[in-house]
Design a protein around this ligand. Structure first.
Ligand SMILES: [Zn+2]
Length: 187
């Protein structure tokens, strides 16, 4: 297993839409293991392929350490969380219910130290494939829904700062620009 390097805002890969995954081979399983390990090491609850430098429809999520209430069904039933997490989500597509919405302060491993409140729908349905290519469906709300929406945004080249209201974004704009500058200098 390997800890992968997480890329920061300013790296152009974060703006790339991920390619659909069509080959469910051992190298994909290895990538999943490495991304899960990298997410744990960084103490994150989700990590998208773009964040480790690959533009793929591929992300990992684990909310077992997060103190949050949410409900979910996985393929129509509610198995214990240990059976579905870490969650490897491949080629996910989300359907949201526009109302109700919730406000929650999000962070992102590609934006160290930067947080901001974002309005998102509370409940979603997501269709995706697992590491063997089998299709699944999750219906959920709360932090699980929010985390999936945040990660799936990454897979489409969208970042949480794009979803911040102006009054949230303005106070942290300088920090964001500094991060971008620092990242670009390193390249
Ligand atoms: Zn993120």
């Amino acid at each position: 297993m390997a800890i992968l390097k997480i890329v920061y805002y300013g790296d152009p890969i974060l703006r790339k839409k991920g390619k659909n995954v069509s080959s469910f081979d051992p190298s994909l399983a290895q990538l999943a293991k490495d991304m899960i390990e990298t997410m744990y090491e960084a103490e994150g609850i989700g990590l998208a392929a773009q964040q480790i430098g690959k533009a793929l429809q591929f992300c990992v999520i684990d909310l077992r350490e997060a103190e949050a209430e949410f409900t979910y069904t996985f393929d129509g039933s509610t198995p214990p969380m240990d059976l579905i997490m870490p969650l490897v989500m491949i080629n996910p597509t989300i359907t949201t219910t526009p109302e109700p919405v919730t406000i929650y302060e999000e962070g992102c491993l590609s934006f160290p130290g930067i947080r901001g409140e974002i309005i998102r729908p509370d409940a979603i349905q997501v269709n995706f494939q697992d590491i063997d290519g089998n299709p699944h469906q999750i219906s959920c709300n709360g932090l699980l829904a929010r985390c999936i929406m945040h990660e799936v945004d990454h897979l489409n080249g969208m970042l949480f700062i794009d979803r911040m209201e102006k009054n949230v974004l303005v106070p942290i704009e300088r920090e964001i620009k500094q991060l971008r500058k620092k990242t670009r200098k390193k390249e």
